[in-house]
Write a protein of this length. Structure first.
Length: 247
């Protein structure tokens, strides 16, 4: 067989084709693995987001163990430190550009958890424009846990001096928002939409529970390219075979 391929000048093209097919199939298999992972994640998010809320202490224990705690539904009671709120840049499908209002919630033990109270448009960024929502009384919060982020490519650097943030750097946000070196819990709580604050702003319930899932489509693309490569090579090899026979 090898001798025939050499005589037909097809040995190295065959090797290149097989290598290309192997790479394309491996990419398709990788996307199928990603599909299984994404389906499991979506199912876990749906289950956690609608479960009964657990105390914040349970989330702390999960974080200390290194467990996956994101989207866990939790509850906490405390007082907002409204004068220390943090502004995280966001886009809303209805209201356009604006900010998520991240407000420290001081708990009974003196620790602080950062609460994403929800979205406000640009013209309501200043707390004075939404004074009714600056709740001074003790509040009970129910929401979903969110883990810290790392800065992604093309995402601007956070500007703590101007209080404009572009990604969830919880350690830096906690340092900026806490008082007197209080312990800051290592996660966010995305507050649910209800009950809405007085005045209606910020609008809670901003957690995205629908994740993009196109891995099956990508897998079919890679498998299709592998099949196309085989077909193209077959046509090329048949033509060369005929030419060498004629010669």
């Amino acid at each position: 067989m090898l001798r025939t391929l050499r005589e037909k000048h097809l040995l190295w093209p065959s090797v290149a084709m097989l290598a290309g097919v192997a790479v394309l199939i491996s990419l398709g298999n990788w996307q199928m693995q990603r599909l299984a992972w994404k389906n499991h994640l979506i199912a876990a998010i749906g289950e956690r987001a609608h479960a009964a809320p657990v105390p914040l202490a349970a989330a702390d224990e999960a974080a200390q163990r290194g467990d996956d705690y994101e989207y866990m539904r939790v509850e906490a009671t405390g007082r907002f430190l409204n004068d220390r709120e943090v502004h995280l840049y966001a886009l809303d499908a209805t209201h356009g550009p604006g900010f998520y209002i991240i407000t420290p919630l001081k708990l009974a033990d003196g620790s602080i958890v950062l609460v994403n109270r929800g979205f406000v448009p640009n013209d309501l960024k200043s707390p004075s424009r939404r004074a009714a929502g600056q709740i001074a009384d003790e509040v009970h919060i129910v929401g979903l846990l969110r883990a810290p982020e790392t800065q992604r490519m093309f995402v601007p650097a956070n500007d703590a001096g101007r209080n404009i943030w572009y990604w969830r750097d919880i350690a830096a946000m906690g340092a900026a928002a806490s008082e007197g070196g209080a312990r800051v819990h290592p996660f966010f709580v995305d507050a649910e939409a209800e009950p809405a604050p007085p005045g209606g702003w910020p609008k809670g319930g901003v957690t995205r529970l629908e994740l993009p899932n196109r891995h099956f489509e990508y897998a079919l693309t890679w498998y299709g390219l592998a099949a196309a490569l085989v077909a193209v090579f077959a046509a090329f090899a048949a033509g060369r075979w005929r030419r060498t026979d004629a010669a």
